[in-house]
Design a protein. Structure first.
Length: 170
């Protein structure tokens, strides 16, 4: 896959994501954490709301975590669920944080995305249903996967950080 298709495939927000279809992920799928759109708007920044709840994306090489190399964990910015670990983060050259594996099995839900005339696999938080990004099969061994994730959809914490609290978002 050429670099241009790589970036284009990672950049665009899906038109058929749960959030984009009904402006509410929870309206189309059931997830353990349920909030109203008003509650999401209260705890998320406008950029986070756009990415996480409306399946938007940030521009490549602009997110705060695309080049982060410190040890720690990456949590869902909407609910605090630990999704990825820094030891699985790698530089894919696409301009978004890229991970080769999940922090643990069952942390995300994968959903087919055929928007924008291409086939991709959307990545949603399994706890709250928020849009995180997409996964591709061009990652490093042993998984061969590249989870291409929006910085706005995750929060970084070093492994000794205190417990995450959603009320501290804004």
């Amino acid at each position: 896959m050429g670099a241009m298709a790589w970036v284009a495939g990672c950049e665009a927000g899906p038109a058929n994501s749960p959030a984009a279809m009904n402006n509410s992920t929870n309206a189309t799928m059931n997830f353990p954490l349920q909030r109203t759109e008003a509650e999401w708007r209260k705890i998320l920044t406008p950029e986070q709301y756009h990415v996480l709840r409306e399946a938007g994306t940030e521009r490549p090489f602009t997110g705060k975590y695309w080049n982060t190399k410190e040890p720690g964990v990456y949590r869902c910015a909407a609910c605090g669920e630990i999704l990825f670990r820094s030891d699985n983060k790698f530089d894919s050259g696409c301009g978004w944080p890229s991970f080769s594996d999940l922090a643990a099995k069952g942390k995300v839900v994968l959903r087919e995305d055929d928007s924008l005339g291409m086939h991709r696999t959307e990545v949603l938080c399994a706890n709250c249903g928020s849009h995180l990004g997409h996964v591709f099969d061009d990652g490093p061994t042993p998984t061969g996967l590249r989870y291409c994730i929006n910085s706005a959809s995750i929060d970084f914490a070093d492994t000794n950080a205190p417990a995450w609290k959603p009320e501290e978002k804004k």
